[in-house]
Design a protein around this ligand. Structure first.
Ligand code: AP5
Length: 183
């Protein structure tokens, strides 16, 4: 099973990916988590991406593409994964398709969690991560609308996209995703 979970900031991508990881027995790959760990560890990559993550701007495509390539080459990713927060731009989406062909891996499904903007803001503010201030949340929402929403069409045209109402209870969203992937 190889799933992409897309959605705005606070749509529940991480929450759902964690539950699916347990249910499906495949690793959860979160670009946001990887980047936050790199920043916290003070690595070279962490220094390079810190200003983007802390302000809610997108990390440049070349860095993200290299990071995902490295992650998918890890042995635990050979038999499936749930990826969330990636791709976020048209270029990342195209490059991911090329990488999957090269790795002889096939995408099972792309799930988009649909959640209205006021709910995205309320959930992120309630969570209060360091990048969950009004200004930074708004920037993450703007980047999602400008850069990520257009790629939904890319997956829709190739019949890989399923939209799930993310504005239900966590359990209801989980069940809706399982039903979308036929589990
Ligand atoms: P990232 O961590 O991916 O941030 P995000 O997309 O803004 O997503 P969040 O982590 O805020 O939300 P989520 O959808 O995972 O929701 P969650 O489950 O936590 O990325 C951070 C930064 O890294 C970016 O800003 C960027 O700088 C960089 N980055 C990452 N990927 C990149 C890429 N591909 N390219 C370039 N840059 C990249 O839930 C949120 C809250 O809501 C929680 O408190 C949860 O308990 C609650 N909740 C969840 N579901 C429900 C529900 N159904 N009902 C009620 N509450 C719920």
């Amino acid at each position: 099973m190889r799933l992409l979970l897309l959605g705005g900031p606070g749509s529940g991508k991480g929450t759902q990916a964690k539950a699916l990881q347990q249910r499906l027995g495949v690793p959860w790959i979160s670009t946001g988590e990887i980047l936050r760990q790199e920043v916290a560890s003070g690595s070279v990559l962490g220094h390079a991406v810190r200003s983007y993550v802390e302000t809610g701007e997108l990390v440049p495509d070349d860095q993200m593409i290299a990071l995902i390539r490295q992650r998918l080459l890890q042995p635990d990713a050979a038999n499936g994964w749930i990826m969330e927060g990636y791709p976020r731009t048209a270029f990342q989406a195209e490059e991911l398709d090329f990488l999957l062909v090269e790795l002889k891996q096939q995408l099972t499904q792309v799930i988009c969690l649909d959640v209205s903007t006021p709910v995205l803001v309320a959930r992120s503010l309630a969570r209060a991560r360091s990048d969950d201030t009004d200004e930074i949340i708004q920037r993450r929402i703007d980047r999602y609308q400008e850069r990520t929403v257009p790629i939904l069409e890319y997956y829709e045209v190739s019949k890989r996209l399923v939209r799930v109402n993310g504005d239900q209870s966590i359990e209801q969203v989980h069940q809706a995703i399982l039903s979308a992937i036929g589990v």
